[in-house]
Write a protein that binds this ligand. Structure first.
Ligand SMILES: Cc1ncc(COP(=O)(O)O)c(C=O)c1O
Length: 402
């Protein structure tokens, strides 16, 4: 079969392979503890579901404006702006079928082949995939492990910038690290973006999934709004991953181009889902608060279990729903040198499924791989406790390679 050459450069989410392995293991009658899923096992709040049903009953089932219905654009402009201390107008909002399309449209609209794009490694793997696919040059930046969690190695990032660098992809409240920049780090990033005239994709998928303190956006810093595109999604805050509803919040001309890409790609985002989005943003927030409260219980249970397991080490995250765990000692204990072999054996021996560093983009030269991502959004507190006690028992009983 003769495929287009560019397909060679298209990446994927390799984490789906872990889901496949977990499904196969469960299909053979085994208990699986799903700590690999980036999905949420909670229902979408009832008022949002009802708004969609109303919209369908009212016949909101035809095409609508490519940039989104005016009501949703206005609601998002207000809400996203207010939470960041910024002014946005409806013209700044291009509704999308999820947050993910903002990544591909950012690259399509703003990046030429050969341009360099800085992106986090480890990070959400679609950044790298889309940079490669459109013929740009992927320039990963790295993180260092600190007592408060992971922090961007800003000197390294800065050294990666060349005259060909055109954009910075920045995911605060990060997947998979749950890393967040301090105020000083945000300022330094913004200063670099301005000095080198970079576009910034601010992936803020987890901006409102947090357990203490307040999220800060790089876009709120002086000089950043005109060079930034915010990735907004309903997926995480409102447990709406399968609805496919999100938006790009961008300078008006960029948002217009995103809408033109919508015309070419999907015409519009599902019309009735957008009415549910209006209810999500403007309606009763009790459902969103309950989702966050439940995720916090899961975070607490998982963090306590990891802290209690010799061989595992992680900082306590205050946002997103991941623990990025250093498993170097656990691998040593069981005699593994390959983190994916370790994960496969953990699934086989304990039923605990998790992703590893390898699922989050290419490795940097010399990068240590002994890390695993434990997601706590798709599993109950009881199952977190059960699964982690099995994992601990397996590690405690270590007597050499298995
Ligand atoms: C960092 C990050 N960005 C974007 C997305 C895309 O989410 P969605 O397309 O469901 O909005 C995800 C989903 O896991 C994510 O983790």
């Amino acid at each position: 079969m003769r495929l287009a050459n560019r397909i060679e450069h298209l990446g994927t989410e390799r984490a789906f392979a872990v889901s496949q392995a977990a499904r196969e293991w469960a299909a053979r009658g085994n208990r699986v503890y799903p700590l690999h899923l980036g999905d949420i096992n909670l229902p979408t709040p009832a008022n949002i579901v009802a708004a969609q049903q109303r919209a369908i009953a009212e016949g909101k089932t035809g095409y609508c404006a490519p940039a989104g219905i005016p009501e949703l654009r206005a609601a998002l402009a207000e809400d996203v702006g207010a939470r960041r201390g910024l002014q946005y107008q409806p013209e700044n909002v291009a509704v999308q079928p999820g947050g993910k399309p903002v990544i591909t449209k950012f690259i399509q609209a703003l990046i030429n082949p050969g341009d360099e794009v800085l992106y986090p490694a480890p990070g959400f793997p679609i950044y790298e995939s889309q940079i490669d696919y459109f013929g740009a040059v992927a320039k990963p930046y790295r993180f260092v492990e600190t007592p408060r969690g992971f922090a961007i190695d800003l000197d390294f990032l800065s050294a990666q910038i060349t005259p060909r660098t055109r954009a910075l992809i920045f995911n605060n409240q990060q997947n998979p690290l749950a890393a967040e920049a301090t105020d000083a780090e945000l300022e330094r990033l913004a200063e670099l973006a301005i000095r080198h005239d970079l576009w910034v994709l601010a992936d803020e998928a987890y901006f409102e999934t947090r357990y203490s303190g307040e999220s800060r956006s790089i876009v709120s810093l002086p000089g950043m709004q005109p060079r930034s595109v915010i990735l907004y999604t309903f997926s995480k805050k409102f447990a709406m991953t399968g609805w496919r509803l999100g938006a790009a919040i961008a300078p008006a001309r960029v948002s217009e181009i995103f809408a033109q890409l919508n015309v070419n790609d999907e015409s519009c985002t599902a019309h009735f889902a957008q009415w549910a989005g209006v209810e999500a943003v403007r309606g009763d927030q009790a459902g969103a608060r309950a989702i966050c409260a439940q995720l916090r219980l899961c975070r607490d249970a998982l963090f306590a279990a990891v802290a209690d397991t010799p061989g595992l080490r992680a900082a306590k995250p205050e946002s997103a729903f991941y623990l990025y765990v250093n498993v170097a000692d656990a691998m040593d204990k069981r005699g593994f040198t390959d983190v994916n072999d370790f994960a496969a054996a953990a699934l086989r021996e304990t039923g605990v499924a998790f992703c590893t560093r390898r699922h989050f983009g290419r490795l940097l030269a010399g990068e240590a791989e002994h890390y695993a991502r434990f997601a706590y959004s798709g599993i109950s507190v009881d199952d977190i406790r059960d699964g982690m006690s099995r994992l601990r028992a397996w590690l405690d009983g270590a007597d050499g390679p298995h």
